[in-house]
Write a protein that binds this ligand. Structure first.
Ligand code: NDP
Length: 435
């Protein structure tokens, strides 16, 4: 805390892990006296750089770019890039730290990293976004590579941005390699990667529900966000027979009492991905829906909640409301969307709760599959990738049960995910010595 006290999100993420991992270390002699957690919380490398770019009017702007290379004990650094005005070192360090455990849980050989910029893509033209991405890669390229560090997308970084970033990397380095994931299908991308985080979150929730003999069919589902993760979580839940009641963005949420069906979801995808519009437009189009400005959807009664927008979007009070209204399962599609108070409420009420590092690991797992396909110079079918994704999510669920189930049969998935993720990385670090 003395070294990172000014970084609240990072402290929050570390504290959650420490609470479950420290007692495990105490009980397992091989980790005693090795200061292993202290070594894990210090990034191997933190890169911060200037990104200067010119807007459409000829005005020069300066943003701050980052790459946090957190841990490479089990593979090259791997993790997304986030473009959002809130981006700072604390937020990226929390994300990079979580990524280390998440990537370990996938069982694929990937270390953990994260990066991004305080650049805001909202309201910018395609040309401005391109010039920013090119300027960003002009510096980032020297720190990454297919065997060193393989970035991907995150908030504000989708297919368009990955394209611009990849184009500049290829130009500077004069090589066509799998240096980024989330690429377009015709130039090295993997089928199912766009869907993977949302689908994976629902697959994980499905495994949790199965432990109680339940499933998605006929359940009311509340989802926050309307970006990549939210859209595909909604699509998969719909396929499994659920009724989707809400979606949101940073301005508020829409509640459709009749449910968001496939056709309405297509409207949302076009609105968000092509028009880059606001979710409130949904309520203008569909009479069955209402828009709730400045609010989050947790006040709507549901069986299952899938927070898929951003960190700390679900408070202790929200958790109490969800539980009171009969919610039985919460699976995080976003990273750290539930506050520590909310997680405490879920555990007290003994409902099913999955932390993002377990339930949203499908995205990075499929990125790992994209890396494999790039290295092998082959491309797997949709069914093959989806099958592997399903297997990985089911294996992560089993790992959580192994380390997280208590004597009364209740599974603390936070504890399970933290310990299962820790063991693999810690063992590799011990084997590699003090470096
Ligand atoms: P997108 O940029 O596609 O969508 C983000 C969504 O969240 C938008 O609806 C956005 O609304 C909303 N949002 C962003 N910031 C805020 C905020 N401060 N308050 C309220 N709403 C906000 O991002 P993704 O869907 O890719 O990412 C969503 C979450 O999932 C993030 O936590 C990310 O780290 C996590 N994640 C993503 C993965 C992926 O593969 N994409 C993998 C694993 C985790 P608006 O349009 O108004 O900004």
């Amino acid at each position: 805390k003395t070294r990172n006290g000014h970084e609240p999100e990072f402290i929050q993420a570390v504290q959650e892990v420490a609470e479950t991992v420290i007692p495990y270390i105490a009980k397992n002699k091989i980790y005693n006296g090795k200061n292993i957690l202290l070594r894990m919380v210090e990034p191997e490398r933190l890169i911060s750089f200037r990104v200067a770019w010119v807007d459409d009017k000829g005005e020069i702007h300066v943003n701050r770019g980052y790459r946090i290379q957190m841990n490479s004990a089990i593979g090259p650094y791997k993790g997304g890039l986030r473009f959002h005005p809130s981006v700072n070192a604390s937020i990226l360090k929390f994300l990079a730290f979580e990524q280390v455990f998440k990537n370990s849980l996938t069982t694929l050989p990937m270390g953990g990293g994260k990066g991004g910029s305080d650049f805001d893509p909202k309201g910018k033209s395609d040309d401005e976004v391109m010039r920013f991405c090119h300027a960003f890669m002009l510096e980032l390229n020297r720190h990454i590579g297919p065997n060193t560090d393989v970035p991907a997308g995150d908030i504000g970084v989708g297919a368009r941005e990955i394209g611009f970033l990849f184009g500049m990397y290829k130009k500077i380095r004069n090589e066509f390699t799998g240096v980024l994931t989330g690429k377009g299908r015709s130039w090295g991308g993997s089928l199912i990667r766009p869907e993977a985080t949302g689908y994976g979150t629902v697959y994980f929730a499905q495994s949790m529900l199965q432990t109680q003999g339940k499933d998605f069919a006929g359940k009311n589902v509340v989802i926050s966000g309307s970006g990549n993760v939210a859209q595909y979580a909604a699509e998969k839940a719909l396929q499994l027979g659920a009724k989707i009641l809400t979606l949101s963005d940073s301005q508020g949420y829409i509640h459709d009492k009749d449910g968001i069906d496939t056709e309405k979801l297509e409207f949302v995808m076009d609105l968000k991905n092509n028009q880059r519009g606001r979710i409130s437009a949904y309520a203008d189009k569909y009479a069955s829906a209402t828009f709730h400005a400045g609010k989050t959807p947790w006040e709507v009664s549901c069986d299952i909640a899938l927070p898929c927008a951003t960190q700390n979007e679900l408070s202790g009070a929200d958790a109490k409301t969800l539980i009171k209204n009969g919610c039985i399962c919460v699976a995080e599609g976003a990273n750290m969307p539930s506050t520590p108070e909310a997680i405490h409420e879920f555990h007290e009420a003994k409902i099913l709760f999955a932390p993002g590092k377990a339930s949203n690991a499908g995205g990075v797992a499929t990125s790992g599959l994209e890396m494999s396909q790039n290295s092998l110079r082959i491309s797997w079918t949709r069914e093959e990738v989806d099958g592997r994704l399903k297997d990985i999510m089911s294996d992560i669920h089993d790992s959580c049960i192994e380390y997280g189930k208590d004597e009364n049969g209740y599974c603390n998935y936070v504890k399970g995910a933290n310990i299962a993720g820790f063991v693999k990385v810690a063992d590799a670090m011990l084997a590699q010595g003090v470096i």
